[in-house]
Design a protein around this ligand. Sequence first.
Ligand SMILES: *Cc1c(COP(=O)(O)O)cnc(C)c1O
Length: 376
Amino acid sequence: MNNKIWLSSPHMSGREIAYVQQAFDTNWIAPLGPHVDGFERELCDYIGTPHAAALSSGTAALHLALIMLDVKKDDVVMCQSFTFSASANPIVYQGATPVFIDSERDTWNLCPDALEKALTYYTDRGKKPKAVIGVHLYGMPAKLQEVLQICEDFEVPFIEDAAEALGSTYYGRKAGSFGAMSVLSFNGNKIITTSGGGALLSKNEESIRQARFLAMQARDAAPHYQHSQIGYNYRMSNVCAGIGRGQLEVIDERVAQRRANFDFYKGTLGTLPGISFQEEGEWSFSNRWLSCMTVFPQQAGGITRERIRLALEKENIESRPLWKPMHRQPVFSEAPYFGGKVAESLFEHGLCLPSGSNLSELDLQRIAECIKDQFS
Ligand SMILES: *Cc1c(COP(=O)(O)O)cnc(C)c1O
């Protein structure tokens, strides 16, 4: 059997170990320390945003973002349906109601028309939503101009879930700098990793200060343990932050490598009948976290996405259907939904191809050959 090709595996630069060693040498083995501070500063510099809190996960960052925006029981929060469940779960942690919104066909992200309809519907009924959560799926920047304008018109804050989009830009500005609160993830399969971790970013210094406070169990200033609020244990470990510092040094290389994967796939598979790729507008630059394509069987001579996925699996190659929309998930079957069938159709026909920055030329060729074989 050929060696396994993973969808997106960690890719160490070799610089991480020196930071980790430093943490050990100085005994900063705790959810705070110089690497946490350093990683936060370096993230701010890279994104071009003033304040960041390094946290234990992207999910924790989304949860704190909702708390900072005062989302409480029975509030309404709008959320892109076509995403990973972690975008939506924290809404339920707060006892609020998620309202799911369809995607548009160009970027696969929040559909401005559906969003406007949903905001109008709830505002007219005296139930103004507390926040809108939008995603840059697979690294592709959303239609931010339209979405941010609508949020501004309705005076509802935008939470930018940039978990998949570190290194992507929109009109030259980095993803992670657009939300009232923005979120990053450094989970093991993301473009850079701390093994597990996340960050909350904002222009609002007080929000980030307060998020750090809540993330450290909300301890009041007192010699004993005193608490006036419910706290969380959400801070990033200083050891993990060391890995993050080593990873962040090579982020631009990682983006270039992932973009090269995409160019290879599009170049070798893009002319096959019925196959198309997630396209980038001229205003946007995707980190191409995952290379995604759609397979329409009517044009592909009956070949389906699932047939390709199974053929790859047989060759020991991991690929994955696009995210299953949240409004189609059993756990969210009761949640309201605004939009049509864009996300559902992408889920039915879409496939994420292996996209690691550590794929070899040979790996890429093996993947492309296997897919091309289906068409011959
Ligand atoms: C990975 C991811 C998250 C959650 O990040 P974790 O660090 O795994 O908690 C949130 N939203 C999206 C879109 C993601 O892809």
